[in-house]
Ligand binder design. Structure first.
Ligand code: ZN
Length: 311
């Protein structure tokens, strides 16, 4: 049995788990702790909080900080040439050498990967897509933002530039709605929780949570329209992706993965747009819940790091 540390750096909380991996590859959580990210306190504070949490987790696990396997999932990615963070919706991380700074704070190497890649890795190795781990799995995050990760034969395929699977920022509706990435029409601006809630608020003048908007669409024309936009964006976006990758399976994650309508009406819309006479691709709900990201981080190996300074 080996003991590993997984860290999930989220926009609102940082979670650390100590996991035990037995000889058959099965994984169990020995301990877990969460602290707020407090992104408003700035970048240096996040690095200090991360380092403190890692030290606590290592101590609690009875491991040696110099040798404990430590993986960290984060929003965004590292630019290959400079090893600076890019594309993070926790925007104070962008342009900062997060990996180098955390490694300096800890005095050792840490494996990093994008949080959606960690989600896809965990659901493929341990969760909903285990049956397809010999093939290619596309893991989708649809929550506050929209991301994705590709796992090929049980390993993350992060891409030559580290942007593989970032389907949230391809344009599905031309010229409509500006995105923080600098473009318009991004899938994320139509198929995330804030996007659907914002769409509904613009139409109705009322802010409601996503689940309630979905629940009232039979009786509320504004809700029906906002959900229709979600389904259309999902159908176009995922069909594009299936045309390119033709994955063995797609596993959904994030808050929107709880919407049953994505698995029937959403799936039918994907089938409408996919370049095939039928849609055989399984589109499945997640099995690991909130824990997928942090479990995937614990599974990271140094060679899977996205940083430009890979070991
Ligand atoms: Zn965008």
């Amino acid at each position: 049995m080996t003991r590993r540390i997984g860290i999930d750096l989220g926009g609102t909380k940082i979670e650390a788990v100590v996991v035990d991996v037995d000889d058959a590859g099965a994984l169990s959580i020995a301990s877990r702790r969460r602290i707020p990210t407090s992104a408003d306190e700035g970048y240096e504070a996040i690095v200090a909080r991360l380092a403190g949490l890692v030290r606590e987790a290592v101590r609690e696990a009875g491991l040696d900080l110099a040798t404990a396997p430590i993986g960290c999932g984060m929003p965004g990615n590292f630019t290959r040439r400079t090893a600076l963070v890019k594309n993070s919706n926790t925007v104070c991380l962008n342009g900062r050498p997060l990996r180098a700074d955390l490694e300096r704070a800890l005095g050792r190497a840490v494996a990093f990967d994008n949080d959606a890649n960690c989600f896809a890795l965990a659901e493929t190795r341990l969760g909903a897509a285990r049956a397809w781990q010999g093939g290619l799995v596309f893991g989708v995050i649809m929550g506050t933002g929209v991301g994705g990760g590709i796992v090929h034969r049980g390993e993350v395929w992060s891409g030559a530039q580290g942007i593989a699977g970032e389907w949230g920022h391809h344009a599905v509706f031309e010229g409509r709605r500006a995105c923080y990435c600098g473009h318009t029409g991004c899938l994320e601006r139509w198929a995330s929780g804030p996007a659907v809630e914002g769409d509904y608020a613009e139409r109705s003048g009322q802010r409601l949570p996503l689940a309630e908007i979905a629940a009232r669409r039979a009786s509320d024309a504004h809700a029906a329209a906002a959900i229709e936009n979600l389904i259309e964006a999902f159908g176009r976006g995922l069909a594009n992706l299936i045309d390119v990758l033709d994955p063995s399976a797609v596993v959904l994650g994030g808050g929107l993965s709880n919407l049953a309508l994505l698995y029937d009406e959403g799936r039918a819309r994907v089938a409408k747009y996919v370049f095939n006479d039928e849609l055989l691709t399984p589109i499945v709900p997640p099995a690991l819940g909130d824990s997928a990201g942090v479990l995937g981080a614990a599974l990271l190996e140094p060679h899977a790091c996205l940083s430009g300074v890979v070991e």
